[in-house]
Design a protein around this ligand. Structure first.
Ligand code: NDP
Length: 343
């Protein structure tokens, strides 16, 4: 059939033990059928790889369905409609969806919502990939975490881990917009330099070069931490607990240092600090806060326009690189948002 579209997709081949490897993925080719009445054909241009996908590679019940063996993975993507037999969506429209890890997909109207399909009107000054970072899920996670979970107030003292990543770098800069004192951690001196000189936060340190996090935080936070934006866990979490101010808030966004553990990691050993300092520690999942999205988009677009938010991204070229991009997140090879460019 002349019109048949071939689409390369990334399937889960096996479930990892510890860090994922290339053997856990299969690069396969699928042939898509003809586009029928009411359907659209989308070509993905960029797709996202995110730390939460590691949990979905396990076969365990969680807040989100595990990936299935032999089926394509999925995640955020931005694409263009290349064929439309649907009256609401035109060819050439740009869309975001949850159908990453494949070059093309066909959708019925009845699947628009479950597939998270949203038509976007991209600003010509902002690269489309921004819909996977500052204007997308990671940016929204930073916003929800700081305001809804952390109840951030003007001028507070804020500590952010994995601060040069997609969520962390946005959280740092939103806190600066709110005139906070902001300190971040990152895994290389280049990332630390960017945080201080480009993102203009007050201080940052390379957690791989500091041996005593506790005394480092004591030195950097004379009055204690009001809001800790947690992306990492482990010894950083323990040190943050020791250095929280009374009534401080811990925004439990992620614990990436533990996602590849093969057995549970004991600690933190100082949980009594929560009582002593009247700390609140609250976890959240960004998808529960969709009602805040319009306000987030409005605020973020204004901040970007005013030059108040900078972002970096690491781009891997071609769908075949998607497995490596996902693996590399857990070795800190991304600087800012990790995305894969498909077309
Ligand atoms: P990032 O862009 O921050 O990429 C991950 C970064 O984590 C790496 O670049 C690396 O940076 C750091 N890292 C990796 N392994 C370790 C380790 N063992 N110890 C310390 N740092 C490590 O990813 P995201 O911004 O997408 O996600 C950040 C966090 O937010 C994750 O924990 C994620 O699970 C969480 N998250 C939670 C959401 C929610 O709804 N609760 C939604 C989205 C994300 P470095 O060089 O600094 O080591």
């Amino acid at each position: 059939m002349a019109n048949m579209v071939k689409s390369t997709e990334i399937r889960l081949k096996s479930r990892p033990t510890g860090y994922p490897t290339m053997d856990n993925f299969e690069i396969a080719s699928a042939e898509l059928p003809e586009v029928k009445e009411g359907q659209i054909l989308v070509q993905n241009l960029y797709m996202s790889v995110d730390p939460y996908m590691r949990g979905r590679m396990n076969n365990q019940e969680s807040y989100i369905e595990p990936f299935k063996i032999g089926e394509p993975l999925n995640g955020d993507a931005v694409g263009v409609v290349v064929k439309s037999k649907n009256s609401d969506i035109k060819e050439g429209d740009y869309v975001t969806s949850l159908l990453g890890f494949r070059e093309y997909f066909i959708l019925d109207q009845s699947n628009f919502k479950p597939a998270g399909l949203e038509v976007i009107k991209p600003n010509k000054d902002i690269d489309l990939s921004a819909y996977l970072s500052v204007l997308g899920m990671p940016g929204f996670t930073a916003y929800v975490g700081l305001f809804e979970i952390g109840a951030l107030q003007e001028g507070e003292d804020v500590f952010v881990s994995a601060a040069a990543g997609a969520v962390g770098s946005t959280a740092c800069q939103i806190a600066k917009i709110k005139n906070c004192y902001v300190v971040g951690t990152a895994g290389s001196n280049e990332k630390v330099d960017w945080l201080i000189n480009e993102a203009k936060i007050d201080n940052a340190f390379n957690y791989k070069e500091v041996s005593n996090y506790n005394s480092k935080l004591r030195e950097l936070f004379n009055n204690g931490i009001d809001v800790y934006y947690e992306n990492v866990g482990g010894k950083l979490l323990e040190a943050a607990l020791n250095n929280m101010d009374t009534y401080g808030r811990m925004v439990m966004c992620g614990l990436i240092s533990q996602y590849n553990n093969t057995k549970p990691e004991p600690g933190p050993y100082n949980l009594f600090k929560i009582i002593e300092k009247r700390i609140s520690m609250r976890g959240f999942i960004v998808f529960d806060h969709i009602k805040l999205k319009p306000q987030f988009r409005k605020d973020m677009q204004e901040w970007i326009k005013a030059g108040r938010i900078k972002w970096k991204q690491t781009v891997y070229e071609g769908i075949n690189k998607a497995p490596q991009a996902l693996i590399d997140l857990f070795y800190g090879k991304n600087f800012g948002k990790m995305v894969v460019k498909l077309a």
